[in-house]
Design a protein. Structure first.
Ligand code: HEM
Lengths: 214, 475, 205
């Protein structure tokens, strides 16, 4: 049953993609070399032990960190997504476990991020830009001196979990590029609506103003 | 038209008899165009649980079922539905209420944000009975003539008085405009889902489009509780979809009722101004592009360039039999964001319809308020609009998915955050519509055309269940 | 007639707010893997080029996941006291995804379309009921105990969906063509080229 993956019906979706699809296949091949990569994107995951008794304090610290555009991760412009999640235990009491399910000896903090480029420089940026948050968060964890940059880096790498598989829908687009093309799309649409109000000269000028030349 | 004389017992695909005599009327088949006088009466059960149950018991005697009529057309029909607040007011036991779906128990008002009922649609602009928890029962009266309607309403009022202490909290008369039109001027009421054992004659165009070119009807359980649905029809363990505790879950369904005010003058002004810039056609064509059908209902998929010479008849077989992927992937005939392509994408989302077949609803909407004079482009200060009513077995999976994913957003269609142009958008939201084709037309950000003015989620019990509520079996 | 049997949970209960940022939703799930699942996942699902691209192709076509990862956790590194030495008897499959909304409304669709892929990934996990019928599957993934709630979730462009990004990238390619020649065109020629751009890119808005 598991070995046969049927091919779906006519999936000629009216959304763009063939180019991206071709690329994806190549990326899959390259990501077999480093499973944490997809195209130019990197997926980082570290799971670190929380100091017994400090779980609530950690949660309170995390709750205070702003989530929206003022999230500290916004300071590293190459970060697409990031999250902190508290893992209390594997045995959650539901019916989805073996009889002898593993019990965690302490709670763990999951830290994961998807970003552009390589891990090493991203960790440097992280430690640089998020110093206050790193101190606030990882001071509740075991085995790290959160004010010592080198130690934080060593610690995160020590607790890194490699991906089995990392997937990106647009593995070649960096954060700035994503933002730029999204803005171009909005601007072009607005210009399309006004196309008839403008003389050819005005249209051309506006185009240059928004999109420039190459 | 309603089948009145079909004596064959109705069965689902697996041979289960469909208990038509226990299912309320007007759900599976419309009472028909002859019943074009409708009034929706909202009742608050302010007289306490016992008086409420007495009223329900009395109403249960009046309610018409889906069973064939036999002896000719009744002059009127009465149907009853109840909100979650209504169940509480009837003293239904909490654990029984908990067996109803989460969204029903929560109610429409508390799901406003998800539904796009923000800004001009915000519940603060709704009739108060829909926000203060006083709308408990909805009695829908359909009649052949205005006189019959008045008689039936008078009778209803006396039943309400006799059972003590109830309040009529809202009353909404509704009527199809001449030519089966709604207020914007489009003919309405053509497309409905085709259901196994019920309306299989509509399968082509109304069922699930298959890649073989065939269509198949939908399982009854998509619209009536207590029968296999599209998920469980092949289940080896013959489990049934989740439903409220017996006897309520059997032969009942969920109903969505919304009062949608239409700003007809603004719609006309916007469309005619845009038509000035529309190079590939005239105003009539632009109107058709917005809905996906010409004013008389002829689908763009069949008549992409001009409406048919003769007035379109939506009841003839095949009238609604169209798809989008065969030759209109790009939306050059029927735009990708047209109202009918959004609300029932048929095969348009690919994957053999897997992304759309579980999001179908049975619509029973009716226009309310006076018609705006034909050429008027200024508002006359009178409220008019559409009473949007629909039936489905899961409000979240069916109505809400359509409303949230397809009408209020465009992402699944590759239309970004554009919403349905027919509904209009909040000024400044930047949402609009692209009319695809050889000379694509980019409409300016839309104005608010349609605004929510009230609404509720309801449960329509089967007749046995209604009687059980009346005698307090579940209290 | 037997009374209705619930085939699954209630729907419409909503995603926990902690997992939402604008249009973006974070899913973090740990499931415990049966022992045979390790070679299966490592050898076939993660690495076998014949199976994998098919599943990823579906993901790509469904176009709702920005980034996703699957990780087999077989050990938790030791960091000294007071961390208890943690020996894992079972492998645990970590899954996270960053995707755009429509989650609840579309669970059904996902299980129809991605069913085989999901079975490949989760078929070796304890409790996985199979993707269809969808109701037990929903019960499985909606069990709040399995789906963790993020304490912090950052999204760089929370209002944009995967499809919007892919469309914008495609549109940018067409824009580039015009950017490259804009200086060579007279205003009238420019209008013609601009219209051609709008025609070519009409599915990218
Ligand atoms: C004032 C608001 C609305 C107006 C004026 C309106 C008008 C129309 C018209 C003219 C049609 C074409 C006639 C037909 O196919 O029967 C139609 C079809 C339809 N509408 Fe609406 N509508 C409104 C709101 C809605 C809403 C809010 C929904 C759902 C959430 C909806 C769902 C549908 C569906 C499912 C169809 C049938 C599409 C098909 O099966 O091909 N409508 N509507």
């Amino acid at each position: 049953m598991l070995l046969k993956l049927p091919i779906p019906g006519p999936a000629d979706l009216p959304i763009p993609g063939p180019r991206a699809l071709g690329r994806q296949l190549i990326d899959t091949a390259t990501s077999i070399l480093d499973t944490n990569r997809a195209g130019q994107a990197y997926g980082f995951l570290a799971i670190t032990p929380i100091r017994p008794g400090q779980e609530a304090a950690l949660r309170a610290t995390l709750a205070k960190i702003d989530r929206r555009q003022t999230s500290p991760f916004a300071r590293i412009a190459r970060t697409h997504f990031a999250r902190w999640v508290v893992l209390e235990d594997f045995d959650t009491g539901a019916d989805f476990h073996p009889q002898d399910e593993d019990r965690l000896g302490c709670q763990y903090l999951i830290f994961s991020a998807c970003f552009d480029g390589d891990l090493d420089s991203w960790l440097d940026e992280l430690i640089d830009e998020l110093a206050p948050e790193i101190e606030a968060v990882w001071s509740h964890c075991i085995g790290v001196e959160p004010t010592a940059p080198a130690d934080v880096k060593r610690y995160l790498l020590h607790n890194q979990q490699d991906s089995g598989l990392f997937y990106s829908a647009y593995p070649h687009a960096t954060v700035p590029e994503v933002r730029r093309v999204l803005k171009a799309q909005r601007d072009l649409r607005a210009l399309a609506v006004r196309r008839h109000e403008l003389t050819p000269q005005e249209l051309r000028d506006e185009f240059l103003e928004h999109f420039g030349r190459r | 038209m309603t089948k009145t004389d079909d004596a064959r017992p109705a069965v689902t695909a697996d041979g289960t008899p469909i208990e038509l005599a226990d299912i309320q009327g007007d759900i599976l088949r419309a009472y028909g165009n002859a019943y074009d006088c409708t009034t929706y009466v909202w009742i608050g059960l302010t007289g306490g649980p016992q008086a409420g149950r007495d009223l329900v018991a009395r109403l249960a005697e009046e309610v018409t079922s889906a069973a064939p009529w036999g002896g000719g057309k009744p002059t009127h029909h009465v149907n009853v539905a109840v909100t979650a607040d209504g169940l509480r007011a009837l003293g239904v036991r909490p654990h029984v209420i908990d067996s109803f779906s989460h969204e029903f128990r929560q109610g429409m008002k508390d799901r406003a944000e998800r539904l796009g009922d923000v800004g001009r649609n915000d519940p603060e602009h709704w009739t108060t009975c829909f926000t203060d928890g006083s709308a408990h029962l909805l009695v829908t009266v359909n009649a052949l003539t205005p006189k019959r309607l008045d008689e039936a309403l008078a009778r209803l009022r006396s039943v309400i008085t006799e059972t003590h202490g109830h309040t009529i909290v809202d009353e909404q008369a509704a009527k199809m405009l001449p030519g089966s039109r709604e207020h914007f001027g489009y003919a309405d009421g053509f497309a409905q889902p085709a259901i196994e054992g019920v309306s299989e004659e509509k399968t082509r165009g109304g069922g699930v489009p298959q890649s073989s070119g065939r269509w198949r009807p939908l399982a009854l359980g998509e619209f009536i509780l207590g029968y296999p649905d599209e998920d469980t029809r092949d289940d080896r363990e013959r489990r049934l979809p989740s439903a409220p505790d017996a006897p309520l879950g059997r032969n009942g369904t969920y109903m969505v009722w919304r009062r949608l005010e239409q700003d007809v003058a603004r719609f006309r002004r916007t469309v005619s101004a845009a038509a000035e810039r529309y190079e590939c056609g005239d105003e009539a064509k632009l109107r058709a592009k917005i809905v996906g059908r010409w004013d008389d209902g002829a689908p763009l998929s069949h008549y992409p360039d001009a409406p048919p010479e003769d007035t379109f008849d939506g009841r003839i077989p095949g009238a609604n039999d169209f798809r989008f992927l065969d030759d209109d992937v790009l939306g050059a005939k029927c735009p990708i964001g047209a109202h009918v392509r959004r609300t029932n994408p048929r095969d348009a989302l690919g994957w053999d319809g897997a992304l759309s077949f579980r999001h179908r609803i049975i619509r029973r909407g009716m226009p309310y308020g006076p018609e705006l004079p034909k050429r008027a482009t200024q508002d006359d200060g009178q409220e008019r609009g559409l009473v949007f009513a629909c039936f489905n077995a899961s409000i979240s999976r069916q109505f809400e998915a359509i409303q949230v994913q397809w009408v209020t957003d465009g992402n699944v269609f590759g239309l970004g955050h554009d919403s349905d142009f027919l509904m209009g958008g909040e000024p400044g939201s930047g949402r609009s519509m692209v009319i695809q084709g050889e000379c694509p037309f980019y409409l300016a950000p839309q104005d608010p055309f349609v605004s929510t003015r009230g609404g509720a989620y309801l449960f329509v019990p089967g007749l046995d269940a209604l009687r059980a509520l009346g005698v307090g079996h579940v209290s | 007639m037997s009374p209705p049997v619930n085939a699954g949970p209630q729907t419409g209960t909503g995603t926990p707010p902690g997992n939402v940022n604008g249009q973006a939703i974070a899913i973090t799930v740990f499931s415990t893997v049966k022992r045979w699942g390790v070679p299966w996942l490592k050898a076939l699902v993660f690495n076998e080029p014949k199976l994998l691209p098919q599943t990823l192709l579906w993901l790509q076509k469904l176009s709702f996941i920005h980034f996703a990862r699957w990780t087999l956790v077989t050990e938790l590194p030791h960091n000294g006291a007071p961390q208890p030495r943690q020996k894992l008897r079972h492998p645990h499959l970590y899954f996270e995804s960053n995707f755009n909304g429509g989650w609840e409304e579309y669970i059904d669709a996902f299980s129809y379309v991605l069913g085989p892929g999901m079975t490949a990934f989760w078929g070796s996990s304890y409790g996985f009921p199979g993707p269809v019928p969808t109701a037990p599957f929903k019960a499985y993934i909606q069990t709040s105990d399995l789906t963790l709630v993020a304490s912090h979730f950052y999204a760089a462009y929370p209002e944009s969906t995967v499809t919007m990004i892919e469309q914008s990238l495609e549109l940018d390619g067409y824009l580039d063509e015009l950017r490259a020649k804009v200086d060579k065109l007279s205003p009238d020629e420019f209008v013609e080229a601009f219209d051609a751009l709008l025609a070519k890119g009409q599915r990218c808005f």
